[in-house]
Design a protein around this ligand. Structure first.
Ligand SMILES: [Zn+2]
Length: 73
């Protein structure tokens, strides 16, 4: 067993081009690959694991308030 020198294989390769990732852009090897991955996300190629649930802000569309019947006399 002589894997002491095998330093690069510990990190997963760039998912785009399979090169060794850099510290700055890991897990990608470069900004280009990071951008490619981002574009895939935005393009819907990747499945989004969990979309954040947006709170309902429809409070202005609750039932309209009618005139109070007890004031009509
Ligand atoms: Zn790459």
């Amino acid at each position: 067993m002589n894997i002491a020198n095998d330093n690069t294989s510990k990190a997963a390769p760039c998912p785009i081009c399979r090169k060794a990732p850099t510290e700055t852009y890991k897990p990608f090897c470069s900004k280009r690959c990071a951008d490619v991955d981002l574009a895939r996300w935005l393009g819907g190629t990747y499945a989004i694991p969990a979309a954040p649930s947006e709170p309902d802000e429809d409070e202005d569309e609750l039932a309209p308030r009618g005139p109070c019947p007890s004031d009509e006399d």
